[in-house]
Design a protein around this ligand. Structure first.
Ligand code: GLC
Length: 611
């Protein structure tokens, strides 16, 4: 078997335990350490707990392999990079103080920048990045994100999500680069951005201490569930499962992704977390994935309905299916007890545990965690660095899709006049950084309001127009607000408020939060461009005729300047839809290539300036 061969001549000559020898091969180090470990230490390596319950004593008693921040789990409100580094290093110190001194790996969701962290650069969510059709851009975003994550002392992220969302009712559709598997495959370039250039054919690799271990998620079919219901059931042939939802993993593995997270969803009624054929046979044997497979949050508990019943049986199903690390995240004693009893009864065999631990250690050795277990404090300034904000601004520009410009071809409204005497900026999303960022920002669900550092669209417009231009801002204008007030034009910014996962499941997909009334109240009185902030296409056809222009801005993140750059013509529109824009929700699911295909705007649509 190429690349993993072990020869006696490579054995370590001095008295330092071989696994501590950075010059020894990874496989030799893994083998040496594995044989030194007790069963309790091996089971500990398979456990990932939540930071809120972690402390030196349970780390040293249970030998946890990993600790995570769940969505929004932070050392303190608005914690600084140093606060983060102190927390992570504190946990690491405890781990290194155990008998074998195996470092733990701290993981966090960094799905559109380092999104848990106050002051971090928040990039557009994947649905917008898919509209850029720019793999190099997402690779650069990956590299910048890795630097910001390392700037808090963290070496591991649960990103990218390479779901292929096939139904926009899914509350996680914005985490998907698009409905076309080939587009999603191209966007796996974010992995060498996060991890650095891969070292070889599918070998998990993290090129330097400026990179992080990445996670391709959620294996497999998370974006294909019936009616887009989160964590539900994907019903398709195996051929379709592979061709639509699995092909992205071919690329992720070839690019050396370190870990793969399993989906909560089911395939043909069988929970992915218990699917031994797809995890052990397909992913590990056929696709030769050599990193470790991690469960989702309480993924074992959710094998059953209701969650958590017959937990020991779920542990048996999940571990035997091929799960290596278990995102427990709280009931670690129950998990450990279950493992002891299942091994005792030979319901789980020791070779399965050894395979799991071998994979976990392989990733830790490969990424240099034994040599560099602590934060590099010189990187703290990477969090929210201006160069990253400039990159995010570029990404916003390239993600915008122009859907309409002008009520008739001779009178395009965009680009807007910077020298207009008086303009109206209206809408619930015009001056709201939280709405701009969407879910998975500072907290799990995200929030409206001034939740982190950044530039709102209103602030961006204000810094773009001439000093003589009078700007009037009104979040919720009534029917008379814009009437006969001498506005040259209005920018109406409305859309969805932040949500994440099942909270965002939505079957009617209309513009919420009073957005329709704002459009009607403003656009009936003054020529208007509507900028839609949303995680997916929404029903706009009934209101399209009243708009002079319509721009899909998706969930752009902290750099609102990217929107004004293009609205005022400093940069062209170049975004192309990563998703089919339906007329009505009852048409769904409707994806490019379907026989019955009658969209308002087709997949790949996007206007540009005709100058
Ligand atoms: C969540 C998500 C997963 C995330 C994990 C840790 O429930 O399904 O994408 O990485 O928990 O926050």
């Amino acid at each position: 078997m190429c690349c993993w061969s072990i020869t006696a001549s490579m054995a370590n000559s001095n008295d330092m335990p071989l696994y501590k020898d950075p010059h020894a091969s990874v496989e030799l180090r893994v083998a040496d350490l594995l044989k030194r470990m007790t069963l309790k230490e091996k089971i500990g390596q398979m456990i990932q707990i939540e930071r809120s319950i972690a402390n030196s004593s349970n780390i040293q008693e249970y030998f946890f392999g990993s600790i995570l921040s769940g969505g929004g789990s932070v050392p303190a409100e608005n914690a600084s990079p140093t606060d983060w580094m102190d927390m992570v290093d504190g946990f690491q110190k405890a781990a290194l103080g155990t008998r074998l001194g195996i470092p733990l790996i701290y993981g966090i969701d960094a799905v559109h920048g380092h999104n848990n962290v106050y002051g971090a650069t928040i990039f557009p969510h994947n649905v917008g990045l898919g509209c850029t059709r720019d793999p190099d851009l997402v690779k650069r975003i990956g590299a910048a994100t890795a630097l910001e994550v390392r700037g808090t002392g963290i070496p591991y992220v649960f990103a990218p999500c390479i779901a292929v969302c096939r139904h926009p009712s899914w509350g996680r559709c914005y985490e998907s680069y698009g409905e076309d598997p080939d587009l999603v495959r191209k966007m796996t370039e974010v992995i060498p951005g996060l991890q650095g250039e891969p070292s070889g054919l599918g070998i998990p690799s993290v090129a330097s201490q400026l990179n992080v271990a990445a996670t391709a998620k959620h294996f497999v079919g998370d974006g294909g569930t019936v009616n887009g219901i989160d964590e539900n059931n994907t019903v398709s042939s195996y051929k379709r499962l592979v061709s639509t939802h699995m092909v992205g993993y071919f690329d992720a593995i070839a690019k050396g992704v370190s870990t793969i997270m399993v989906s909560y969803s089911s395939w043909k009624g069988k929970r992915m977390h218990s699917n031994r054929i797809l995890i052990s046979h397909v992913l590990k044997k056929q696709l030769q994935f050599k990193g470790f497979v991690i469960s989702d949050w309480e993924g074992l508990d959710r094998i059953t309905t209701p969650w958590g019943v017959n937990y020991t049986n779920s542990v048996q199903l999940g571990v035997n299916a091929g799960l290596d690390m278990i995102m427990v995240p709280f009931n670690y004693t129950t998990f450990q007890e279950s493992m002891f009893s299942l091994l005792e009864s030979k319901s789980i065999l020791m070779k399965r545990v050894n395979d799991a631990v071998r994979r976990i250690l392989r990733v830790k050795f490969t990424m240099g965690l034994f040599e560099y277990p602590y934060a590099d404090r010189s990187l703290a300034s990477m969090v929210g660095a201006q160069a990253h904000r400039d990159l995010a601004r570029e990404a916003v520009r390239k993600s915008l899709v122009l859907l309409k410009n002008g009520k008739s071809s001779h009178s395009p409204l965009l680009p807007l006049d910077k020298k207009a005497s008086k303009i109206l900026v209206a809408g619930s999303h015009a001056n709201d950084i939280g709405n701009q960022c969407g879910g998975w920002t500072i907290t799990w669900q995200g929030n409206s309001g001034n939740i982190t550092k950044g530039t709102t669209i209103l602030e961006a417009i204000s810094s773009t127009v001439s000093k003589e231009t009078k700007i009037v801002f009104e979040a919720a204008p009534n029917a008379n607000f814009a009437k006969d007030k001498g506005f040259a034009y209005a920018v109406v910014v409305v859309g969805e408020i932040p949500y994440a996962e099942y909270v965002g499941d939505n079957l009617n997909l209309t513009i919420p939060e009073g957005g329709i009334e704002t459009i009607q109240n403003v656009c009936s009185s003054v020529q208007c461009v509507v900028v839609l902030i949303s995680g997916r296409p929404l029903v706009v056809e009934p209101y399209l005729s009243m708009m002079d222009a319509l721009v899909a801005a998706w969930l752009p993140g902290t750099e609102g300047n990217g929107v004004s750059d293009v609205l005022f013509g400093d940069y062209p529109f170049q975004g192309k839809l990563s998703r089919t824009w339906f007329r009505r929700a009852d048409q769904l699911p409707m994806n490019v290539g379907d026989k019955k295909y009658d969209p308002l705007f087709p997949y790949g649509f996007g206007l540009s300036y005709s100058y």
